[in-house]
Design a protein. Sequence first.
Length: 331
Amino acid sequence: MKRNVRFGIISTAAIAKDVMIPAIRRADHAEVVAIASESGKASQVAQELGIPRAYDSYEQLLNDPDIDAVYIPLPNSLHAEWTIRAAQKKKHVLCEKPAALCEKDVRRMIEACDKNGVLFMEAFMYQFHPQHDRVKQLLAAGEIGDVKYMRTHFSFYLQDREMNIRMNDKLGGGSLFDVGCYCVHSTRYILDAEPVELFVQSQFDPHRSVDLTSNGWMKMENGVLAQFTCSFDMFFQNEYEVVGTKGKIVVPRAYRPDVDEGEGRIIVMTDDGNIREETVSGDQYVMQIEHFSRGILEGVPLSYSAEHMVRQARVIDACHTSLETENIVRL
């Protein structure tokens, strides 16, 4: 690769300022050249972070011919619209999860990107941390025998709820969209299987139509049973465990190892009483950016394909259908 992918950032959201812009700067063959905000904050943020260009509208940024790709951390309800607009301007798109609020919109986004010859990827950054490949190796080697069950949990206590977009149902708020999507994704990813039926129950905020806590179970196509919990009402946890006939594997920093300087932990317990711990380090945000950049510059196929994104959206749709109908949903 002989040059950098030039990123434009659509929004001054905290995840962009605090996480993704620094990650792009740490990454090889990537740089931030512009940022846009429709709240009037772009110039201030650009000055604070040393970004060369600032725009007061997203459309102005998309019209910049020197931008190769955009990162979109807008509210969930705006992902589809601005991904499609970016594609129409021939910009590659890295969009925050969830890609959209329904499978139909994800398909529209993929179609627009395919039509315009640009790459599109949903930013499930956790999957690029090498601890998960190690877990897959252990499972393939039969370390815990035949896998029978997987449990995932992602929660944090949400402060200052009154103005937080996570509490706005019209913007795609709720714990299932925000953190539950990681639980669903990692279950599908680690087990390499899709659910064939599921059931979800939630506790909703009494004043807003958003789930504060959701708990669900899934029966996977390979017969493994899976359970997930996501919440804005519990202390910070981000873990999964996989249970087999001879032991279990626990990953206590599954989704945010970056809060522990990128160090992932894998705990293996077997029925002979043996317990061992492995540490696996990596910068998942940088690895995500570098993977996406290689796709743009070298044509390397993205490991997280369009079909994976469609299947993810289909399962989240089914979760919401189960909530609305209070029934088991078969996929």
